[in-house]
Design a protein around this ligand. Structure first.
Ligand code: ATR
Length: 270
């Protein structure tokens, strides 16, 4: 079988490395390549993929919404989120899925355990937040809280959540067992914090969906306040594993995938 990831730019994608390590571990002679598709070429996407004879592909920035117009069908989850990161090609038909949110939640369950009674706050209300909130809503009984800078972002949310303004976070943060940053704030040094780490629950788990760098300034600050932290690496690994399952019905070798990506990240950061 043959797969790919489409995006622009795509040169630094770790998806081919990760999927090849998984194929090798499972003894599968499959292919996975990175295809650079600039937005100006996107109208040719069905021809490009058709000529390559792919069985499925991942979709990354900036095409996750644009791809929807080219699909024959999509999962309820992808429809609710309004973004697709995985396409399965079946008898020439293109079916869109979104495994980003489920990927994050699968990783979080492996780290945290049962999420059914957890009180969860997501910072940010963009595409990533929506995917994670949707996937979390399938596994927790509590309403998910989402805080955003601009309240107008909640207008196109179909999911039932508790919306907050980012400015409210300081007064509500103590209620949560898990706090997930999906904003780009705190990715680099010298930025103001998106929230204060004073007065949090004692055992709170503070998460970021970013994995380059592995420890964002946001997570560093949380760790300095003795919070347990969790970065976005597992989200990347598990979204890949979930895509692979959609394409093949098979489970992935998560440990091998994580090790190969982690080694590469450590090499490139030194
Ligand atoms: P993604 O797909 O990664 O979620 P996105 O859809 O562009 O990206 O969403 C980015 C999120 O980060 C939004 O919630 C955005 O807040 P607004 O809706 O108010 O724009 C948030 N964000 C980006 N820069 C921010 C900043 N400097 N402070 C606070 N929130 C920020």
């Amino acid at each position: 079988m043959k797969f790919a990831v489409i995006g622009h730019p795509i040169d630094h994608s770790l998806s081919p490395l990760m999927h090849h390590a998984n194929f090798k571990s499972l003894n599968l002679d499959y292919g996975y390549e990175a295809l650079n598709i600039p937005p100006t070429h996107f109208r040719h996407i069905r021809d490009i993929i058709g000529e390559k004879g792919l069985d499925g592909f991942n979709v990354t920035i900036p095409h996750k919404e644009r791809i929807i117009d080219y699909l024959d069908d999509m999962s309820d989850e992808a429809r609710a989120i309004g973004a697709v990161n995985t396409v399965k090609v079946e008898n020439g038909k293109w079916i869109g899925y979104n495994t980003d949110g489920t990927g994050f939640v699968k990783g979080l369950q492996a780290q945290y355990g049962d999420l059914s009674h957890a009180h969860i706050l997501i910072l940010g209300a963009g595409g990533a937040s929506k995917g994670i909130a949707y996937a979390l809503s399938q596994v927790t009984e509590n309403t998910i809280s989402v805080a955003n800078r601009s309240m107008s972002r909640f207008n196109d949310w179909q999911l039932e959540i508790q919306p907050y303004s980012l400015t409210d976070v300081a007064s509500i943060a103590h209620q949560f067992d898990i706090i997930i940053n999906t904003t780009p704030v705190g990715m680099h040094q010298s930025e103001d914090s998106v929230m204060s780490f004073e007065q949090l629950k004692k055992d709170v788990l503070v998460c970021d969906i970013i994995y380059i760098p592995l420890q964002t300034t946001f997570l560093k600050e949380a760790a300095q306040k003795q919070c347990t932290t969790y970065n976005g690496l597992d989200m990347f690994i598990y979204q890949g594993a979930e895509s692979f399952k959609i394409w093949t019905g098979l489970e992935s070798d998560i440990t091998t995938m994580r090790n190969v990506v982690l080694n590469k990240l450590k090499q490139t950061s030194t």
